[in-house]
Ligand binder design. Structure first.
Ligand code: ATP
Ligand code: MG
Length: 511
């Protein structure tokens, strides 16, 4: 049998109010791709963070290549050849790629200063060795998440990692970027003798990539199997403890007035290039308009413009009968708009605040939550928070827990719970199920359809075509800031829509 590079023996980790890992005994073997799956809050990231030394277990032991870990610290783990790419990246946006990779490295201690030329060379050499291409001179803030992830991986390789942990690496990637990543992972394992542990919610990825898979539920390891001896259905059942059915959603016939209308919309992206080049659409009450497109074709800017986070240069936007030109996000919200942003950590949540306070954002001056707009009525707000936590199945020890300590998927549920309970007629929804487990995806989809059936006008941007197809009444494809096609639900297949997502136009388009 292959050498065991990592062994967990009876490992438990307790946080105040939660047993995040409970008596876990498991091993990782040299040269394998090991997948970890499980519901949001099951303890996947916690277990991997323990291995990386970010926290010490409450109980139990960890062995690296047969040697017992006595000191839980990333510096120790790195020294032992472990590298971790986190669920939320940890790069310095204003620094170049080269600076980020070389930054904070142990090797630097020997020499205080590393010059730019040398950093560039180091990175170019790394790229060649591992087949992961990046331009070392670009700043992190100017590159896509796919590239940022490469940088994170290169950083761990630069530090000499031979056991790599990837925590939900594909959650933020396009299908093409995912394919590229998998090629890199295979190369690392097959040609360069590395071991890779990957956490993911996408069971098709588990099947396609891994040698073995471990399933976690509520802090426990439910089982480890060889991937070839299981299938998606069985894994899903092990994860949630029941069969997961994606039943047909119950869509009611609705006829409403137009609540969102855009005409000739032109806007620039954060780097000053035109991201939207003349967009027209209208969305009625009781309708979901799905926006399909390969990431980076204007979807982000479209939602930013609609929510008031970005100004537009030309054209008009009318929401609930009013032009929104010059309005702030807060003013647009007052027109009856709720917004689930694509990046929950930057714009959706305050990590340092409690779940309760995050759920109250936007309501904190309103009756009955506050008296005279100032004094929060904690009895009422507490009940409100508890109801939402329960209703949206946020896995937590309680409403006073800081949002920053929740698991990734549970943070997303907090944003959705808050925005959906504002009871607005208009919803702007971006990537609603990113990082969310399959049980919760089913739940969130049902909630979106419920809103639609109640008469909300909804725009839905998602990188998941399955999601767009399942929920939308009508779909548009965006390519380089223009609409290349428009289809009613049922009019086109997932295979065929790719044609329009890559720039081809449907009849009637102005080619
Ligand atoms: N630093 C922390 N302080 C307090 N509680 C924490 C901390 N980190 C994690 N937890 C709790 O431990 C549990 C497991 O969290 P973990 O992040 O490991 O879940 P996960 O399986 O990675 O979920 P997801 O799929 O949503 O990322 C959760 O209940 C979470 O709230
Ligand atoms: Mg996690």
């Amino acid at each position: 049998m292959q050498e065991k590079v990592i062994e967990f023996k009876n490992v438990s980790k307790r946080f105040p109010g939660v047993l995040a890992n409970s008596h876990i005994t498991m091993d990782i073997r040299q040269g394998e791709i090991f997948a970890i799956v499980g519901e949001n809050g099951a303890g996947k990231s916690t277990l991997m963070k323990t291995m990386y030394g970010l926290h010490a277990p409450t109980e139990g032991e960890v062995y690296i290549r047969g040697e017992k870990v006595e000191k839980f610290a990333p510096s120790y783990a790195i020294q032992k050849g472990i590298g971790m790419v986190h669920q939320h990246f940890m790069l310095v946006p204003s620094f170049t790629i080269a600076e980020n990779i070389v930054l904070g490295n142990e090797r630097r201690k020997k020499r205080i200063f590393i010059d730019k030329q040398e950093a560039k060379k180091v990175v170019n050499d790394l790229c060649d060795t591992y087949g992961l291409m990046v331009d070392p001179t670009l700043k992190i803030e100017d590159v896509s998440v796919g590239i940022q992830q490469r940088v994170e991986i290169l950083k761990t390789l630069y530090r000499g990692a031979d056991i790599l942990i990837l925590d939900e690496p594909t959650a933020v990637l396009t299908p093409q970027e995912t394919e590229d990543l998998f090629k890199v992972v295979r190369k690392l394992v097959d040609e360069l003798g590395k071991t890779v542990i990957i956490i993911t919610h996408k069971l098709n990825e588990v099947m396609a990539l891994s040698d073995r898979v471990g399933v976690m539920r509520q802090g426990q390891l439910i089982g480890v199997t060889e991937t070839s001896k299981t299938d998606e259905k069985q894994l899903a059942e092990m994860m949630v403890g029941r069969e997961v059915l994606f039943d047909k959603l119950d869509k009611k016939e609705t006829h409403g007035e137009v609540l969102i209308e855009a005409k000739g919309l032109v806007a620039r992206d954060k780097r000053g290039f035109h991201a939207l080049k003349g967009i027209d659409f209208a969305i009625k009450a009781g309708e979901i308009l799905g926006v399909a497109g390969i990431e980076g074709n204007g979807q982000t800017e479209l939602i930013e413009v609609l929510s008031g986070m970005r100004d537009y240069e030309e054209g008009t936007i009318t929401i609930n009968g009013q032009s929104v030109k010059g309005m702030s996000p807060a003013q647009i919200r007052k027109l009856g708009v709720a917004h689930i942003p694509e990046d929950r950590l930057v714009t959706g949540l305050s990590k340092e605040s409690s779940i309760e306070d995050n759920l109250l954002m936007g309501l904190q001056h309103k009756e009955p939550y506050a008296t005279k707009g100032i004094h929060l009525n904690r009895k009422i707000t507490g009940r409100y928070a508890n109801d939402l936590i329960k209703g949206f199945d946020v896995r937590t020890a309680g409403k006073d827990v800081k949002v920053g300590s929740l698991s990734g998927g549970n943070m997303q549920k907090v944003v959705i719970a808050r925005e959906f309970s504002f009871d607005t007629p208009i919803l702007l929804i971006s990537q609603p199920t990113r990082g969310v487990d399959i049980g919760a995806i089913e739940f969130i989809h049902e909630q979106i359809i419920k809103k639609r059936n109640e008469g909300c006008a909804i725009i839905l941007v998602s990188a998941e075509l399955d999601e767009i197809f399942r929920l939308s009444d009508r779909m548009i494809t965006l390519y380089e800031g223009q609409i290349t096609g428009e289809f009613m639900s049922g009019e086109i297949t997932k295979q065929d829509i790719g044609f329009y997502m890559t720039g081809n136009r449907s009849e009637g388009g102005e080619a």
